[in-house]
Design a binder for this molecule. Structure first.
Ligand code: ADP
Ligand code: NAG
Ligand code: NAG
Ligand code: NAG
Ligand code: NAG
Ligand code: NAG
Ligand code: NAG
Ligand code: NAG
Length: 669
């Protein structure tokens, strides 16, 4: 034990005492760069990186410590122990390829002018490669597989003496702690790596070890060889690095830090002080050369992306346009509460899918309000002209405020370009007309009919008298009478109604309404009064009682037969009840049917002044006032004219009361 210790101390003292001690350390290479000479394309960057090569092709880069280092005490002596460590990085623009590599070299001359910028790594050339007179010891970090040098692969570390053919080599990597195996490293990865080279002058053992940056030195070296370097190295040598670029791949070789010691361990590097490597951006050339998929996708992505962006924008615009609405100043104070969103209506009607029916002014769709589950009927009216729209909307709004049990409730409206949407309560039993004309499949009993008529009459009375303004419906007809769940008649479709103040004379020139329900005075003068509504209501009364349309084509003569004339004909013949609807069966009150027929005729009197008011009509309908004693002649005296509907042209002939009797006799049926 004592002996062992003694020999250890002896050997240690021998190890150090043999000659001068020299060491140097570079944690980065300046600036200023001291004691190092760079040659070829080698340079030192501003932040202190020793850059052996740049991307210039076929060039060498050398960097040597410019003071000779004494490796031997005497020219014929043995080589002292020496040790070096350095941190390097090799970056290649093409990630999988690089040209040549870096060699740590101990050379007799600080300049290597004949070193070939190729696989000879700037150390040798084709003539002197392998010649013992070179006196070169090197450790190669070789990134090219050169079969002529017996290279194992394109990523190896080798020990070289006077030749590029390695004495020993190994794939780049390191042995992990005992038993954990070997870990490969890629020299050209651009990552920082540390290398240790140790020569033991006594055992002549050369160890080369490498590890990733900031990993401690592995215990087991990567490459080892036992070789006495005494014949290889001269007494004074230069140490440094050599590198060469080839024909391709644009590599860059960097040394970040370096320390060296003769007769002692190389001083450790302060890794935190080492300069930073540049940031490498992927170069275009790489993208095209290696990753054509990526380059294609770089071209394709805009090709796909831009149209899809355009498509998206178009979708948004289309959606905007689809749900676009119009709103004007006056609407904000008039109709704010009744204004509905088109989008909501669109969804409520499931895109206007369920068509209830089409009238003269538009189509009606069924819908359900999503929140309340309230059933609605949406009427789409196209209004090309913006004229009178304000009046129209204000009218709608006023109707929205009306509440009468015989008026179809208006829930709101929506206005779009060229379109107006009116939202009503849904009337589950549809319109009255289909019960009258589709008999006997679909029919109403007399009780229901008289109830509907009373309902409509009270609605009209409400419009004419009870409401704050005089509202003339203008389009009273069977298809505008809707039946609610309890078969109550409800007046709907105020599409043509106009508001006018009480007492003021409503002036219009346009003839509106439905043919067959039009009062002759309205046709001739274009004037609209409450009496025009009464006329139409009279036609409705006859319709309900007779189950006939206001105008029917006679099957035999092909002539148009007006309901008013037709019923009047029966009356003159004294059997007015024969005009009643045959589908009524027997369950009816004869006197009531007779009353309705006569009242119908009275209301559809061609003389507006002879028509009763809606108030009177209500009285008659409820039986407060009797009509039964009214005779056809009474009616004539009241100005009844027949054949009035045959044409406006004929109207002139029927202005005087004197000709009425004639007309009764000649034209009456
Ligand atoms: N509120 C409603 N509830 C149920 N059905 C309705 C409603 N409003 C209208 N309809 C149906 O839509 C059809 C067309 O209505 P409309 O356009 O008012 O007809 P017109 O113009 O001939 O009076 C009606 O015949 C009726 O069957
Ligand atoms: C490489 O370095 C040499 C010498 O410093 C210089 O002349 C050459 O322009 C450099 N090439 C590139 C590509 O930077
Ligand atoms: C060194 O060796 C050479 C031959 O190998 C010899 O000629 C020379 O004398 C030797 N010098 C010394 C100092 O031993
Ligand atoms: C190094 O080489 C140069 C010329 O190539 C020569 O002048 C010089 O003497 C050499 N130095 C040594 C130490 O061999
Ligand atoms: C190789 O290098 C030697 C010097 O070491 C030189 O004399 C010779 O001319 C070089 N050959 C070529 C081909 O460059
Ligand atoms: C080695 O080089 C020397 C001088 O450079 C030359 O005389 C000798 O022939 C070379 N030997 C071989 C084997 O090429
Ligand atoms: C390491 O590299 C060698 C040679 O390239 C290969 O044979 C081996 O499979 C690699 N090992 C791992 C773990 O990648
Ligand atoms: C380096 O050498 C100097 C003398 O030149 C010595 O003082 C110092 O301790 C040495 N450093 C190391 C780390 O061996």
């Amino acid at each position: 034990m004592f002996f062992k210790l003694f020999f250890f101390i002896l050997s240690q003292s021998f190890y150090y005492s043999s000659s001068q001690i020299i060491n140097f350390t570079y944690n980065g290479f300046g600036p200023p760069l001291t004691d190092i000479s760079v040659q070829g394309i080698a340079s030192v960057t501003r932040n202190g990186l020793l850059k052996l090569t740049n991307t210039t092709m076929r060039e060498t880069g050398h960097a040597f410590y410019n003071k000779p280092i004494r490796f031997k005490d005497s020219p014929n002596g043995t080589v002292s122990s020496f040790s070096t460590t350095f941190v390097f990085a090799i970056h290649s623009q093409i990630p999988t390829l690089s040209s040549h590599g870096i060699a740590f070299a101990v050379v007799p001359n600080a300049s290597l002018p004949f070193g070939d910028p190729s696989q000879y790594m700037g150390l040798f050339n084709i003539t002197n490669n392998g010649n013992d007179t070179n006196h070169v010891f090197a450790v190669e970090l070789d990134t090219v597989l050169n079969p002529e040098f017996n290279d194992k692969n394109d990523n190896h570390v080798g020990i070289n003496i006077n030749s590029l053919i390695s004495v020993n080599s190994s794939p780049a990597g390191y042995w992990k702690e005992t038993g954990l195996g070997f870990k490969n490293m890629t020299l050209i990865s651009g990552k920082r790596m540390q290398v240790w080279v140790d020569y033991d002058g006594r055992t002549n053992r050369i160890d080369v070890t490498m590890a990733p940056f900031k990993k401690s030195k592995p215990i087991k070296p990567l490459v080892s060889v036992v070789r006495d370097l005494s014949s290889v190295l001269l007494q004074d040598m230069f140490v440094g690095f050599s590198s060469a670029t080839g024909h391709c791949c644009l590599p860059e070789h960097f040394v970040l830090g370096w320390s060296f010691g003769v007769n002692e361990k190389a001083p450790p590097l302060d890794l935190s002080k080492l300069p930073k490597l540049p940031r490498w951006k992927p170069r275009r050339i790489y993208v095209f050369y290696k990753n054509w998929m990526l380059s294609i996708s770089i071209f394709c992505i805009p090709l796909v992306f831009i149209p899809s962006l355009i498509f998206l924008v178009r979708c948004i615009l289309m959606r905007r346009r689809k749900f676009a609405e119009e709103l004007e100043d006056w609407e904000t104070y008039l109709g704010k509460n009744h204004r509905l969103k088109f989008k909501d209506l669109y969804y409520a009607t499931q895109g206007f899918k369920d068509l209830l029916g089409s009238g003269g002014f538009g189509s009606v769709y069924k819908g359900v309000m999503p929140k309340t589950q309230h059933e609605i009927a949406v009427k789409r009216v196209s209004n090309e002209s913006q004229q009178g729209l304000k009046e129209f909307v204000s009218e709608i709004v006023s109707i929205g405020r009306m509440s009468h049990r015989n008026i179809v409730p208006l829930l709101g409206y929506c206005r779009r370009k060229n379109e107006l949407l009116l939202v009503y309560d849904y009337m589950p039993n549809g319109s009255l007309d289909k019960y009258l004309y589709n008999s006997p499949e679909l029919t109403l009993g007399w009780k229901q009919r008289i109830n509907v008529l009373k309902g409509v009459a009270s609605a009209l009375f409400y419009l004419h008298v009870e409401w704050e303004q005089v509202v003339i419906h203008r389009d009273v007809k069977a298809s505008n009478v809707l039946l609610d769940a309890a078969y109550n008649g409800r007046l709907g479709d105020f599409g043509l109604a106009r508001l006018c103040g009480h007492g003021s004379d409503p002036q219009t020139t346009r003839v509106v309404g439905t043919w067959g329900y039009l009062a002759p005075d309205h046709v001739t003068t274009g004037r609209v009064t409450t009496a025009t509504d009464v006329f139409a209501f009279g036609v409705l009364l006859l319709e309900v009682a007779c189950g006939r349309r206001p105008i029917e084509i006679d099957k035999v003569s092909g002539e148009r037969v007006f309901l008013v004339d037709w019923v009047f004909g029966f009356w003159i013949e004294g059997n007015i009840l024969d005009a009643k609807d045959p589908n009524l069966g027997t369950m009816y009150d004869q006197s009531e049917v007779e009353m309705v027929l006569k009242l119908g005729l009275l209301c559809s009197n061609s003389d507006p002044h002879a028509r009763p008011s809606m108030g009177q009509v209500l009285h008659y309908l409820s039986g407060d006032e009797m009509l039964l004693d009214l005779s056809p002649l009474d009616l004539c005296r009241r100005g009844m004219m027949l054949g009035i509907h045959h044409g406006v042209r004929e109207l002139g002939m029927f202005t005087g009361g004197s000709s009425i009797a004639d007309s009764i006799l000649s034209g009456g049926r």
